[in-house]
Design a protein around this ligand. Sequence first.
Ligand code: NDP
Ligand code: 8X3
Length: 253
Amino acid sequence: MDQTIFITGATSGFGKACAKLFARKGARLILCGRRTARLENFRDEFPETPLHTTQLDIRDKEQVAAVVNNVPPAFSDIDILINNAGLALGLEPAHEADLDDWDRMVDTNIKGLCHLTRAILPGMVGRNRGHIVNIGSVAGTWPYPGGNVYGASKAFVKQFSNNLRADLLGTGIRITNIEPGLADTEFSTVRFHGDKEKADRVYKGTKPLTAADIAEIISWVTTLPPHVNINSLEVMPVCQSWAPFAIHRETED
Ligand code: NDP
Ligand code: 8X3
């Protein structure tokens, strides 16, 4: 595969699984994350892969611009951006939620994703080709208790993706929003601030999506013929479905 792929959040979960899958397909990879030791491990695992790794906290606007501007020439024609880095923090109802958690989700899932997109898009427009794959969530469409700002941030990703398509009409650039449901990664451990036992209970007795499932889907949408744009793709494990409408009743009879 003669393509350069920029993956945010490549140290874990979906991003790492994408890195592995695209490495096996022979792509050139730019991998980012805050935990650089994990990126170096990847280099050991895939010594043949043309690889540029860089530490990046996507909340840092200047760092985002510097990382994109300093990509080595062999990697500078980015074909695919996988805007994957993101997180949920907390599951408390809105009136009890931690404001710092809310800020971090907005700074990462919304502002970080926007800054990366804005930095990489001009090159794609100049080359008249490229594909941006945003990682949204079922939470961007379906509300649930405690989803508050996390779900709203993914609703932003959904509509931002659609509006990018509107802006880019007339170019060859593709935009896709992938909207996964329950998937077993480090996501819940992060959501519960490192409480692994609580995180494990989220997946207990289920057969959730795996990171490899999502990587396979991203590989599919990005290797379709260039005139085909998957706008959005919602995916759940078979064991997950929607809840009925919730109705609060004052009395039982
Ligand atoms: P993980 O926690 O396993 O991975 C998250 C990745 O995001 C890590 O590589 C982490 O890297 C990176 N990241 C987080 N914050 C930052 C930051 N400020 N700067 C740079 N990188 C950052 O979770 P998933 O793989 O599950 O999550 C990936 C995406 O998928 C997220 O956007 C999430 O919202 C979404 N999603 C997850 C679902 C699930 O059930 N797992 C379902 C639907 C969507 P590092 O810490 O090294 O910086
Ligand atoms: C992650 C899926 O349902 O925990 O986006 O919000 S969910």
